[in-house]
Ligand binder design. Structure first.
Ligand SMILES: Nc1ncnc2c1ncn2[C@@H]1O[C@H](COP(=O)(O)OP(=O)(O)OP(=O)(O)O)[C@@H](O)[C@H]1O
Length: 728
């Protein structure tokens, strides 16, 4: 999703006059919300510029509606493990601090205290709803970037060093080394900390703002949810940027000018980054200022909301135009909304040694968790905390570079299976069966940079480019086949010898392919058709003509009128003795229709053209309608050749329903095609239905009817389950 950019026009301050107002909120058309900022051309006031945003809040907007519309909806995602970043941008004196921090009175409280209040409320509810099964810990870090140096606001100013705290990149994120973190029990706790810390922030009176922030302030709210062994961590960052200043208007003295230069430089770099990203440049100048490194706009995963603060009056005219220009380009920045990965804090199991015969191939990870990966440090920390519950929250414990002696434990190869919930009621993978040979090591078991340097680790074998290609191709086929009908699997398919140890490069490529295939198949119906064709071909290779026919027929609506495909269907139907009323009367293939080209390239199928079929339009249409109907019916009634209708429930159906009715978020998330959002929505919905028999989902058609489900989702979950069961 893109960065969400909203504009807020502040009200007139004392001494500002109505007649000087030049900035207005407007709407695209009557009846729609305010999404446009209008401002006259300074060179020709008769002409007006319009800038479109996701939302525009006019002068009179109080704090509450802005928070409710722009921030509150993302708190659920935060608890699902998605990082959320909210930052205020604008010229000095336009209301950034007012928006983020606000006043002390309840109605004047800004985004930050409201965010904390909501986080505590949701955390408490979660703990209550789970009878304490899930605990939620909130911890704060708060720092400022002043003159391009980072200072901890939770530490007294006298402890600052001249050079400030260094930054470092870790796991694709920029971290501040040596930053303190305080745990926070409730809103009172937070307010005490926050108010105290704000007195450490550098503000000064300037001509344009009596309490001007001379630094960028970044508050990080870390939410850690612990359920048994599972630890989920996500962060909300609220950033109050310093405002750009036109020093021709400030009368700034030397010290203020130095500050101003640093502020303006970092904001200039930010605008350069935004321009470069929106132009699609390869080089984005993030590293040219600490603020842009930390903000990592467009590089970070999660949800990003930019609040553009505007002053409505003429004296800000040129500055307002400039920030309107920058922020309207920021809308084009795409951010990946991806959850942080859940980690597990149990001690590593020892029954699956790394490099043993059991490790044959790279496990396919849940696609939703493919990015933004935490190292095992969270797990190590949580384990450490569990071992010593009385230990106070340690300053410098989170961002320190030093690793505690045992901090790599969860990363050790022996930690295989640690990403599996500990007590699944259903055995879905070999790793869930005690003593079963583990062929799917967890992600934590994969060699990371840390594990790679361990002397005990087996040496990486070198693989040729051709072997890599072969493995990639094989893996792609496996991924595609994961949704295929359960064609008779070849008995104990032996894996390629080179596959026993896969280099990191291969893993990265496989993961990228996994993501690409998943994205493309979701976005593009045609690739769904190609997937079905591939499945059909695989079924044919296994001699399952019945399943192949089903897949070809299901693929037909994606390639309507495709002569070659229709020919295949016709021949298969003939072979299976199914030529009947349903078969289109005349299907004419391309010139190659005589040769039995069943093994030809399915990828060549194109959307149907008139030339493909010599039949008259009516027959063609009837054939298409019938096939579409058949497809619709078969997609509802069949998954991989197995009934998912509402007859007597098959073991797989029962298994799927059992998982759904367990209402166990982790189990439901493990279903194929279920992201955290869908899983959470389902759990939330089921929670509304009560715990008794009436609240249970009794059939797949009932499941399909639930909000946010639908036939495809149920099918995918079912298919995934079938594949997992087959693997066991
Ligand atoms: N929405 C608003 N409602 C009422 N007063 C506002 C609003 N927005 C800003 N103000 C007032 O405008 C003045 C400037 O606001 P603020 O200090 O938040 O600006 P700023 O953008 O943070 O400035 P700087 O970048 O210099 O720190 C303050 O007196 C603040 O109370």
């Amino acid at each position: 999703m893109s960065v969400r950019v909203v504009a807020r026009i502040r009200p007139l301050l004392e001494k500002e006059l109505d007649k000087d107002v030049v900035v207005h909120a407007d709407r695209v058309e009557e009846g729609r919300g305010l999404t446009v900022v209008k401002i006259p051309n300074p060179k020709n006031e008769a002409e007006e510029f319009s800038f479109a945003f996701n939302s525009v809040y006019p002068q009179a907007t109080p704090q509450e509606p802005l928070f409710t519309a722009e921030v509150a909806p993302h708190i659920k995602a935060l608890f699902q493990g998605v990082d959320v970043t909210i930052f205020a941008y604008g010229v000095t004196g336009t209301g950034k601090t007012h928006t983020m921090r606000g006043g002390l009175r309840l109605a004047e409280r800004g985004v930050i205290p409201r965010l904390l209040s909501n986080v505590f409320r949701r955390g408490k509810k979660l703990m209550k709803d789970t009878n304490g099964g899930t605990t939620v810990d909130v911890a704060l870090s708060y720092y400022e970037i002043y003159n391009d140096k980072v200072y901890d606001l939770l530490e007294p100013p006298e402890r600052r060093t001249a050079s400030g705290l260094p930054l470092r990149e870790k796991d694709g994120k920029t971290i501040v080394v040596g930053l303190s973190e305080r745990s926070c029990e409730d809103l009172k706790d937070f307010e005490r900390l926050y108010i105290e810390a704000n007195t450490n922030r550098v503000t000064a009176s300037t001509k344009l703002n009596a309490h001007s922030s001379r630094s960028h302030a970044i508050l990080r709210v870390k939410v850690t949810q612990t359920t048994g062994d599972m630890v989920k961590e996500s962060t909300a960052s609220a950033i109050d940027l310093a405002g750009s200043e036109d020093n021709r208007r400030t009368d700034n003295g030397k010290e203020r000018l130095v500050e101003s230069a640093a502020i303006n430089k970092s904001l200039f770099v930010l605008s350069q980054c935004i321009d470069a990203i929106s132009r699609g440049d390869k080089r984005i100048p993030y590293r040219e200022s600490k603020m842009t490194r930390i903000l990592s706009l467009g590089q970070n995963s999660g949800i990003t909301i930019m609040i553009l603060n505007l002053a409505p009056i003429r004296s800000y005219h040129l500055d307002t135009l400039s920030s309107l220009n920058v922020s309207s380009r920021a809308k084009r920045i795409e951010v990946r909304e991806i959850e942080n990965e859940v980690v597990f804090k149990q001690p590593p199991r020892t029954n699956s040694g790394f490099g043993g015969a059991g490790i044959n191939r790279q496990p396919l990870r849940l696609l939703t968790n493919a990015h933004n990966v935490h190292s095992g440090a969270i797990a190590a920390k949580a384990a450490e905390k569990a071992e010593r519950p009385d230990k106070p929250v340690k300053l410098f414990s989170v961002y320190t570079d030093k690793k505690p002696a045992h901090s790599v434990r969860p990363l050790l190869p022996q930690a295989a299976n640690s990403s599996q919930p500990r007590q699944p009621t259903l055995t879905r993978r070999p790793s869930d069966i005690p003593d079963a040979p583990s062929s799917r090591p967890s992600k934590l078991a994969r060699p990371t940079q840390q594990t790679l340097v361990r002397p005990s680790q087996p040496p990486q074998i070198s693989i040729s480019a051709a072997q890599i290609e072969a493995m990639v191709e094989k893996k792609v086929a496996e991924i595609l086949a994961s949704a295929a009908p359960p064609a008779p699997p070849p008995a104990a398919a032996p894996s390629a010898p080179a596959e026993t140890q896969i280099s990191d490069e291969v893993k990265r490529r496989l993961e990228a392919l996994e993501r690409r295939i998943d994205n493309e198949s979701r976005e593009d119906g045609r690739s769904e058709g190609l997937r079905l064709l591939l499945q059909a071909r695989q079924a044919k290779e296994h001699g399952d003509d019945e399943a192949a026919l089903g897949c070809y027929e299901a693929a037909l609506p994606f390639f309507p009128g495709q002569a070659k495909l229709m020919g295949k269907i016709e021949r298969l139907r003939g072979k299976l003795g199914k030529m009947g009323a349903e078969t289109p009367k005349r299907m004419v293939r391309r010139g190659d229709d005589d040769d039995d080209d069943d093994d030809d390239d399915d990828g060549e199928y194109q959307d149907g053209t008139e030339a493909d079929v010599e039949d008259d339009g009516a027959v063609r249409k009837a054939a298409r309608v019938k096939t579409a109907r058949r497809k619709k019916a078969s997609s509802k009634a069949k998954v991989c050749g197995e009934s998912v209708g509402d007859g007597p429930a098959s073991p797989r159906t029962r298994q799927l329903l059992e998982i759904v009715n367990s209402r166990d978020l982790a189990l439901i998330r493990g279903l194929h095609g279920f992201g955290a959002k869908k899983a959470q929505d389902l759990v939330d919905h089921l929670a509304l239905k009560g715990d008794d028999e009436v609240g249970r989902v009794a059939s797949l058609s009932q499941l399909r009817m639930l909000p946010g489900m639908g036939g495809r989702a149920v099918e995918r979950a079912y298919e995934g389950l079938a594949v997992a069961v087959a693997a066991v």
